[in-house]
Design a protein around this ligand. Structure first.
Ligand code: ADE
Ligand code: ZN
Length: 323
């Protein structure tokens, strides 16, 4: 291990953009796949690696949906999530905002209360046993109407403890149709943190800011294609959660060397580094910070981590611990 690798591995970290289902270690996915063969997910580790070779963003979303069908009981949710949080804690992540898309598990038989109880129990366990503080982001899986209402029902009537924000993932369909959900979220004190500017272009970023009042955006990298959208992000101080390897693996960017992170920093955008769906993309948060160090210099790593804690919804005592 090089000096930089050892230093980054050791740094106290913040993770703002990681998906609950997408953060699952391959051996856990394989065990669940063996339990539920009808989900269409391989239970053999080599086959799983091939299953996670994405031809494009739409293919990634199809695979992701199949993995989402592996959560069928509150115990599955507990087991999977606790493993994910332990993986974060082992990287010295002290604060994480974990995105949960409840639709898959709820459609596959997990009762609403069972899901919430599992999330509450896992969060409590992570704080007590791993010293890891968790905030949840519930996200709408890219479709308005009934799928979005499932998420709003949880936010409005049965929020898990530590719910901090409302997200929007899945296919980047036009954003204005989600404006009412995000207004309802804000009325509950939940800021909007949608994905945008990943598979879709800069117009999706503008709409996330103007229609959804996003305070942070997942990815947002394609804002760089329109200087007016870059100016809007700067003006409104919207934070971008950048996940470099994700963008290469979903084929939004050709190679890491061509990733726009350096241009984003040069343009004065406020960014941090996240891992998105790390085992699916063959990465970790530590590795993503090392990618950032290669792209923009190791001396930017503490700034990127500082940006993450500043843009987080962490309680003040947690924020103070990073200073
Ligand atoms: N769900 C999980 N990962 C995602 C991503 N990178 N973009 C949109 N939806 C997702
Ligand atoms: Zn994401």
């Amino acid at each position: 291990m090089s000096l930089v690798e050892a230093w980054v591995a050791d740094l106290p970290k913040v993770e703002l953009h990681v998906h609950h289902i997408g953060a699952t270690a391959p051996h856990t996915v394989a065990a669940l796949a063996a339990r539920y063969p009808d989900a269409g997910v391989p239970s053999d580790l080599d086959a799983l690696e091939r299953f996670f070779a994405f031809t494009d963003f739409a293919h990634f979303l199809r695979v992701y949906a199949a993995v989402s069908r592996l959560l069928r009981t509150p115990e599955d949710v507990y087991e999977l999530t606790i493993g994910n949080l332990l993986d974060l804690a082992r990287q010295n992540v002290r604060y994480a905002e974990v995105t949960v898309t409840p639709n898959g598990p709820l459609a596959c038989g997990v009762p609403r209360d069972g899901l919430v109880e599992a999330l509450d129990a896992v969060r409590e366990h992570a704080a007590r046993e791993y010293g890891l503080v968790v905030g949840w982001i519930l996200d709408i899986p890219g479709h308005p109407g009934p799928p979005a209402e499932v998420v709003m029902d949880l936010c409005e009537h049965a929020p898990p403890e530590g719910l901090v924000a409302l997200g929007l993932g899945g296919p980047e369909t036009p954003r204005p149709q989600f404006a009412d959900y995000f207004a309802r979220g804000r009325a509950l004190g939940l800021p909007g943190v949608p994905h945008a500017g990943e598979a879709a272009g800069p117009a999706s970023v503008r709409s996330a800011v103007e229609d959804l009042h996003a305070v942070r955006i997942g990815h947002g990298i394609r804002a760089m294609e329109d200087p007016r959208v870059v100016a809007l992000l700067r003006e409104r101080a919207v934070h971008l959660e950048v996940c470099p390897t994700s963008n290469v693996r979903t084929r939004v960017v050709d190679t890491l060397e061509e990733h726009p992170l350096p241009a984003m920093l040069a343009a004065g955008l406020e960014v941090s580094i996240s891992s998105d769906d790390p085992p699916m993309f063959g990465t970790t948060l530590t590795e993503e910070l090392l990618v950032a160090a290669r792209l923009v210099g190791a001396n930017e790593v503490p700034t990127l981590l500082g940006n993450a804690i500043d843009a987080s919804f962490a309680p003040n005592d947690v924020k103070r611990r990073y200073r």
